[in-house]
Design a binder for this molecule. Structure first.
Ligand SMILES: [Zn+2]
Length: 297
């Protein structure tokens, strides 16, 4: 999200990237508000990870997945409830079994309508993509962990606990060493803090750091971030290091009673100096805002 004009967030289903046998990604190719979308196959079933924003994008993703599946059963999951990740799920109704963790189902139910309204305000192209969106109700909801058997391949779904959102979920394909992180990880971009007080203050920098510690320990071969180029486990350590530095620099200033404006200004300058090539600089300030409201465990 950003205050400037956002180009049409269209998902490109033409040019997929093969990450492993029977496992492809539709890369977002640097497009704003387009997520990386995964398709993971087993002998009898195929899992789609993320829908793209709005029913028309999702219909295209579904058409691709249906052709890819060649008669295999379809499942859909989303890493979290944000509009470009989950607000196309309605297009899969009756075609795929939509499966998410409980906290994410709650986010969809409680916050879906508010986010729909907020995102419609981001510009005409986004509003058009969101035309006709009805926040979907998942078919199956698990608590903390689920193993989805696709036939000869088991996909591991794990609710991480509150971090980028309350209902974040990480999806891993152990036999291929592939991890889908959603917006817990972005490549080439500052971590997105959806810190919008008083409307949404669920993001937690402190919890996010704990989640990243756990993900780093899993040491996946391939990491599919929410947005940006697919990479290796280095993407996880980049985010972990960034979040810790953001926390330490923010807290040091806050705890010495530095004025909020000064904290933002100094921390922002420091982070840009550290990562001059990263996009999404506006998210540094919301990260500082979030961490200023948080304390250590
Ligand atoms: Zn998100």
């Amino acid at each position: 999200m950003a205050a400037f004009t956002i180009p049409d967030p269209v998902v490109d289903t033409d040019d997929v990237l093969e990450l492993a046998a029977d496992l492809v990604v539709m890369p977002n190719r640097g497009r704003q508000l387009v997520p990386n979308i995964g398709i993971v196959g087993g002998t009898h079933s195929v899992l789609v990870v993320e829908t793209g924003m709005g029913p028309r994008n999702a219909e295209n993703v579904l058409a691709f997945a249906t052709e890819y599946a060649k008669g295999r059963r379809l499942y859909l999951t989303t890493t979290h409830f944000h509009p470009e990740h989950a607000f196309g799920a309605q297009a899969f109704a009756g075609e795929a079994t939509y499966l998410v963790n409980g906290a994410q189902a709650e986010d969809l139910a409680v916050k879906g309508a508010g986010y729909l309204q907020m995102f419609r305000g981001l510009g005409e192209s986004v509003a058009r993509r969101l035309d006709g969106v009805v926040p979907a109700v998942p078919d199956l909801v698990y608590d903390d962990a689920h193993e989805l058997d696709l036939g000869g391949r088991v996909v591991r779904m794990r609710a991480t606990g509150r971090a980028h959102s309350k209902g974040d979920q990480v999806v891993t394909v152990p036999d291929a060493g592939v991890m889908f992180t959603g917006d817990l990880v972005e490549a080439g971009q500052f971590a997105i803090f959806p810190w919008f007080p008083p409307h949404d203050t669920d993001v937690s920098g402190v919890r996010w750091i704990e989640v990243m510690e756990r993900l780093v320990r899993q040491d996946p071969r391939v990491v599919v971030p929410g947005h940006g180029e697919v990479g290796d486990a280095g993407l996880l350590t980049d985010v972990h290091d960034y979040l810790r530095l953001l926390r330490d620099e923010t807290w040091r200033r806050r705890d010495s009673a530095t004025a909020r404006e000064t904290i933002v200004e100094e921390v922002r300058a420091l982070m840009i100096e550290r990562h001059p090539e990263w996009e999404g600089r506006e998210w540094i300030e919301s990260g500082v805002g979030c961490l200023c409201a948080e304390h250590g465990a």
